[in-house]
Design a protein around this ligand. Sequence first.
Ligand SMILES: *[C@@H]1O[C@H](CO)[C@@H](O)[C@H](O)[C@H]1NC(C)=O
Ligand SMILES: *[C@@H]1O[C@H](CO)[C@@H](O)[C@H](O)[C@H]1NC(C)=O
Ligand SMILES: *[C@@H]1O[C@H](CO)[C@@H](O)[C@H](O)[C@H]1NC(C)=O
Ligand SMILES: *[C@@H]1O[C@H](CO)[C@@H](O)[C@H](O)[C@H]1NC(C)=O
Ligand SMILES: *[C@@H]1O[C@H](CO)[C@@H](O)[C@H](O)[C@H]1NC(C)=O
Ligand SMILES: *[C@@H]1O[C@H](CO)[C@@H](O)[C@H](O)[C@H]1NC(C)=O
Ligand SMILES: [Cu+2]
Length: 423
Amino acid sequence: MRFSTSIALGLLVGLSDALAARQDNDAPTTLPNGSATSLSTIPSRNTAVAIEQLEQLADFAYAEAIKLLEEGTNRKRRPHRPGTCSRRNLAIRREWGALSNPERKAYTDAVLCLQEKQARTPSYLIPGARSRFDDWIGTHINQTATIHYTGTFLAWHRYFTWQYEQALRNECGYKGYQPYWDWAKTAITGLEKSVMLDGSAYSMSGNGKFIPGKGNITISGNGLPDVTIPSGTGGGCVNSGPFKDMKVNLGPVALGLSNGSTISNGDGLSYNPRCLKRDLTDYANKRFANASSFIDLLKTRDIMDFQMTMQGYPGSGDIGVHGGGHYSMGGDPGRDLFTSPGDPLFYLHHGGIDRAWWIWQSRNKRTSYGAKGIAGTGTFLNQMPSPNTTLDTMIDFGYAAGPPRKMRELMSTTGGPFCYIYK
Ligand SMILES: *[C@@H]1O[C@H](CO)[C@@H](O)[C@H](O)[C@H]1NC(C)=O
Ligand SMILES: *[C@@H]1O[C@H](CO)[C@@H](O)[C@H](O)[C@H]1NC(C)=O
Ligand SMILES: *[C@@H]1O[C@H](CO)[C@@H](O)[C@H](O)[C@H]1NC(C)=O
Ligand SMILES: *[C@@H]1O[C@H](CO)[C@@H](O)[C@H](O)[C@H]1NC(C)=O
Ligand SMILES: *[C@@H]1O[C@H](CO)[C@@H](O)[C@H](O)[C@H]1NC(C)=O
Ligand SMILES: *[C@@H]1O[C@H](CO)[C@@H](O)[C@H](O)[C@H]1NC(C)=O
Ligand SMILES: [Cu+2]
């Protein structure tokens, strides 16, 4: 299968001044809790205030989840059936900075283990897939056009990240859970100074080698105005930390370069081993995924607005927290929407994305776990028209992991196959 690069990167383009104009700066002092409407009055321009509010929203989501489990309503209420999730087997996913050094190392060791294990995908399907780690990348490349800006985006990536976590645990002896990236924190510390990306043995590895003289990155607006961001402080091979010797085997499909051009290696499924590159870009983090942007995202009132704000309304000049995280990593495959799971940091980013959805769902619990919690179709911005995504739409990862599941099973993190929350 071949993808046109024009759909490729046009995709992460986002939200605009329209959204900025929607924000209220006036008002309130009370903090959000159960009612979705109260959020719209939260002022979020002030970083310290926004951070405080994020903490309270996360605490609220946590308390709601515990309450639900204690009441046992998860067994009676449809979206949570046939839950076997209880407080006893509830997993708590934590932010990278909240893990101890041994916990961090256990995680990266498990990722390296997955990269050593053999791929399950037959080579006639994905010739370049050599490792179990590659199985996930290949599946993501193959489905990119049907899992971004679609009704499946959030649930697909929730299940994907969970299956990856299961593989780390079941195939590589990892005892912990999937850590997540809190963009609001790295927007303050800077990426290279964060414990997640400082390049130490207890990080997710650091920046790529510095390459001078790079230009800007252009994120194609796909007919609408482009977004231009400066390139970052690296650009070359990652040369520190656990992933300094790792090989990226698949892609690229639509890799944005720092001279404004985009390159691809056909369908990205052939064997193309190369170093992992990063180009850590604080601009992308601070501009698109800061504490205020996170709060603004959580303010949205319906699922369509939530997922569009998260990925960026095309033509708006904003790429949302989703694009902000991806473009903060930069490099290869970080800047390639298709091959992005080839950077192990992808799964911490998508832990953050899933956590954002989990918080949003807790605030909109009457609607967010059922049909009203889904919007969109099966194709990228419905550019190639397809039916609406429904609770019965199937999510299928091919050889990477299974079984295929219906959307309805993936709507709650304490229902269906899942039993986890975020701290
Ligand atoms: C939300 O906060 C208000 C005021 O603090 C309180 O009266 C109300 O019970 C809270 N609602 C929920 C669902 O916690
Ligand atoms: C890509 O996905 C399609 C449909 O989901 C599937 O039939 C096909 O086998 C997959 N191809 C690869 C290379 O994984
Ligand atoms: C990058 O973009 C900035 C801001 O738009 C601009 O001032 C600068 O000249 C650009 N640099 C290059 C090398 O194009
Ligand atoms: C951008 O850089 C790539 C790789 O260095 C090179 O192949 C390509 O020709 C350059 N494109 C432009 C427009 O300079
Ligand atoms: C934070 O993000 C918002 C958009 O979400 C942006 O308007 C604002 O400029 C950002 N703040 C900084 C300091 O870049
Ligand atoms: C698909 O969803 C849109 C937007 O919610 C709605 O207007 C339309 O009626 C739906 N189409 C079908 C066939 O249900
Ligand atoms: Cu994705």
